[in-house]
Design a protein around this ligand. Structure first.
Ligand code: MF3
Ligand code: CO
Ligand code: CO
Length: 253
C-alpha cells in the first residue's frame, strides 16, 4: 500500500501535536498514585487538552466514550476509565491521543502505582526496551516485519510474549492508517517504510501467554482486551517520523 509522504507543513503540525501528546502524558503521570480513580485521570487529561487548544482524539472515536485509555494490570489495551480506584502495587498504561489541525499524536506509558512487585517492574522494563528496540531499526526501506522481528526477539529472550492481534499503525492525517506495525514478524516481510511517513510503535508485552480476550465497550465498535491467563500486560508507545536517513521520535516532551 503506497503511503503519501507528509509535506514540510504537515510535518510541522505533527511535531506540534505529538509534543503536546507527550507533555500531556507526562502531566498525567504525576497524578498516578494509590487512591485516584481512572475517571479522575480522564477528566484531568480532558481539561489539559482543551486548555492547550487541542482535541482529545479518542473521545467519540468509533463511539469510544472517554479521553484516554487506562489499562490496569491484566488489561492489555483500550481500558475505559471508570470509578476504579488505583491500588498500591497496580501497573497502569495511560494512552493519550491528541488532535490539532487535523493531525494526531499518539503515545502511552505504563506507570507504577505506589510500590510494585519485582516481576511487574521487570515486565514494564521489557515493554519499554521492546518499544525502543523496534524504533531503533526504523529507516527508509526497512519493513514493518523488521520492526516486529526486533521487538519479538527482545521480548522472547526475556521470557515474555507479544500480543499479535493488535499493534502499531500509520498515523498523521488519520488517527489509524496503513500500515499495521506488528510486534512480531520476519525480517524483510510487510510494508516498506518511506521517508516522511509517520507510524506508531506500541508493543503490548504479556507476562504469560500472548493470547487475549476481547470485551465489547457499550455503544462503541472499539473493544478492550485483557490477557487470557489473567497475568500482567505492559505497553509503551511513541509516534515516530521516518526521515530520509532514519527516524525522529515525535512524542517527546
Ligand atoms: N491510542 C490507541 C492506539 O494506540 C487507540 C485508542 S482508540 C480508542 O492506537 F478509541 F480506544 F480510544
Ligand atoms: Co497507537
Ligand atoms: Co495510543
Amino acid at each position: 500500500m503506497a503511503v503519501s509522504p507528509l509535506s514540510k507543513d504537515e510535518i510541522k503540525k505533527m511535531e506540534y501535536v505529538c509534543r503536546l501528546a507527550a507533555r500531556t502524558l507526562n502531566y498525567i503521570g504525576q497524578y498516578v498514585k494509590p487512591g485516584i480513580s481512572t475517571n479522575e485521570l480522564d477528566k484531568l487529561v480532558y481539561d489539559y487538552t482543551l486548555t492547550n487548544n487541542a482535541r482529545p482524539a479518542c473521545l467519540g472515536y468509533h463511539g469510544y466514550p472517554k479521553t484516554i485509555c487506562t489499562s490496569v494490570n491484566a488489561v492489555v489495551c483500550h481500558g475505559v476509565p471508570d470509578s476504579t480506584v488505583l491500588l498500591d502495587g497496580d501497573i497502569i498504561n495511560v494512552d493519550v491521543t491528541s488532535e490539532k489541525d487535523g493531525f494526531f499524536g499518539d503515545c502511552s506509558a505504563t506507570f507504577f502505582v505506589g510500590s510494585v512487585s519485582e516481576k511487574a517492574r521487570d515486565l514494564v522494563e521489557v515493554a519499554l526496551l521492546a518499544r525502543d528496540k523496534g524504533i531503533e531499526v526504523i529507516a527508509p526501506g526497512v519493513t514493518t516485519g523488521d520492526i516486529g522481528f526486533a521487538i519479538d526477539k527482545l521480548v522472547t529472550r526475556r521470557g515474555y510474549s507479544c500480543v499479535r492481534e493488535i499493534g502499531g499503525h500509520g498515523i498523521g492525517r488519520k488517527f489509524h492508517d496503513e500500515p499495521f506495525v506488528p510486534s512480531f514478524g520476519k525480517k524483510g516481510r510487510g510494508e516498506k517504510l518511506v521517508p516522511w511517513q509517520c507510524i506508531t510503535v506500541e508493543p503490548m508485552v504479556n507476562e504469560g501467554v500472548s493470547t487475549i480476550q476481547e470485551i465489547d465497550i457499550p455503544n462503541s465498535s472499539i473493544k478492550y482486551y485483557f490477557t487470557a491467563d489473567g497475568k500482567l500486560s505492559a505497553q509503551f508507545e511513541h509516534t515516530v517520523l521516518v526521515t530520509d536517513t532514519g527516524y525522529e521520535i515525535l512524542t517527546l516532551d
